[in-house]
Design a protein around this ligand. Structure first.
Ligand code: NAD
Ligand code: UD1
Length: 349
């Protein structure tokens, strides 16, 4: 088996494309499987331009078991990074079956195909959204889970399935047991420093940073600030923003950990990927104005349903066991977002 081949589901998307760059630069052979439901193949052309290295792309849906089986037979990956999924919270409330089918059923098919092919190292894109309400604003991996929308529940269900799968191998003393890293992302923002790949949301963005960037460039008129009466230092919501390049480096570290003897055979372990500190909405706006010299027109608006006042990661476990921590700061995140936005005002065209 070629130990250097990583199969990346959802590799044409925002985080996946950045992961492909890091994987290629680290010397891995990369095979992308993406149905392009929320991305364009141009992102993968840019990945190859940035790195000067080729990758293999299959336009396929992970729910297509035969297609996936054929890809595994042809490419013999040793590890899978599983980004493919739908991620819009509001849409998941309107179309829960779509989300469960795509995210949960899609992962079941992927896990079956992996099992049949005896490829049992998996890095999964989970989210801080799996955590339940907590009395602490700094989340540690052993906090109780309790997501409050179908998107978050699809992630929590997948985590459960993957834990059950690896536990079964331990019980059965399987010769080649699963090794799974569940990476719980906090708030990924920013773009590759080249400005050639970045986040390209469809329609009006839901998330703060792409919204701010589109106001700065004049595509949107005004940023709604969802609430200034939270019990936080300036009344606006606080989140743990993390540069997407730092985030994807955490995936390389996770692969290294899975490949090592230290990671328990039959283990399935969750890691927070966050910086361990939070910024408020007003702090983000101020940083954007300072770094770009543009005025951000905003209006204090009612709170958004489902929002928390404050949350950020305790990233100690990722440091201890994956040897990973963030390296970039808020100014890097803002400057790289702006570089991508100004170089690609219409996204990938
Ligand atoms: P994205 O939409 O840019 O990328 C997801 C990719 O998966 C897209 O290219 C899409 O076409 C593909 N895809 C979706 N369903 C598929 C299917 N059935 N078969 C094949 N391909 C499929 O999203 P992203 O921001 O890059 O997120 C990647 C992963 O990280 C997702 O699983 C998401 O839930 C998770 N995540 C994202 C964030 C965030 O803020 N961006 C936070 C936490 C977790
Ligand atoms: C949202 C999702 C979460 C997902 C995460 C990362 C909801 C309720 N939660 O989290 O499930 O994992 O994105 O993709 O959608 N804000 C504004 N104005 C805006 C947009 C956001 O003030 O136009 C504020 C929010 O109230 C929040 C902060 O900015 O305080 C960050 O918002 P956002 O980028 O959407 O991330 P989350 O709310 O953390």
């Amino acid at each position: 088996m070629n130990n250097k081949t990583v199969l990346v589901t959802g590799g044409a998307g925002y985080i996946g494309s950045h992961a492909c760059v890091e994987l290629l630069q680290a010397g891995f052979k990369v095979v992308v499987v993406d149905n392009l439901s929320n991305s364009k193949p141009e992102s993968l052309s840019r990945v190859q331009q940035i790195t000067g290295s080729p990758l293999t792309f299959y336009q396929a849906d992970i729910r297509n078991k035969q297609a996936l089986t054929d890809i595994f037979a042809k490419e013999s990956p040793s590890t899978v990074i599983h980004f493919a999924g739908l991620k819009a919270v509001g849409e998941s409330c309107e179309q829960p079956l779509l989300y469960y089918h795509n995210n949960v059923y899609g992962t079941l098919v992927l896990a079956e195909v992996m099992s049949n092919a005896n490829v049992k190292q998996l890095v999964f894109s989970s989210s801080a959204t799996v955590y339940g309400e907590s009395s602490s604003v700094q989340y540690t991996e052993n906090f109780p889970l309790g997501p409050i929308n179908p998107y978050g529940r699809s992630k929590a269900m997948i985590e459960d399935i993957l834990r059950d799968l690896s536990a079964a191998d331990k019980t059965n003393q399987t010769e080649y047991p699963w090794k799974i890293a569940l990476l719980r992302y906090f708030n990924p923002i920013g773009a590759h420093e080249s400005g050639m790949i970045g986040e390209d949301p469809n329609g009006i963005p839901n998330n703060l940073m792409p919204y701010v960037a589109q106001v700065a460039i004049g595509k949107l008129k005004q940023l709604p600030v969802y609430g200034d009466d939270y019990p936080t230092r300036d009344g606006t919501g606080i989140r743990d923003y993390i540069h997407v390049v730092d985030l994807v480096k955490g995936h390389i570290k996770a692969i290294e950990a899975l490949n090592s003897e230290k990671f328990e055979a039959g283990g399935c372990k969750a890691y927070n990927l966050g910086a361990g500190r939070g910024y408020s909405v007003l702090e983000i706006i101020n940083a954007f104005e300072r770094v770009t010299g543009r005025k951000i027109n905003y209006k204090i608006s009612p709170r958004r349903a489902g929002d928390l006042a404050e949350c950020f990661a305790n990233p100690d476990l990722a440091l201890k066991e994956l040897n990973w921590k963030v390296e970039k700061n808020l100014d890097d995140m803002v400057a790289d977002t702006w570089n991508w936005q100004t170089k690609n005002p219409q996204g990938y065209i």
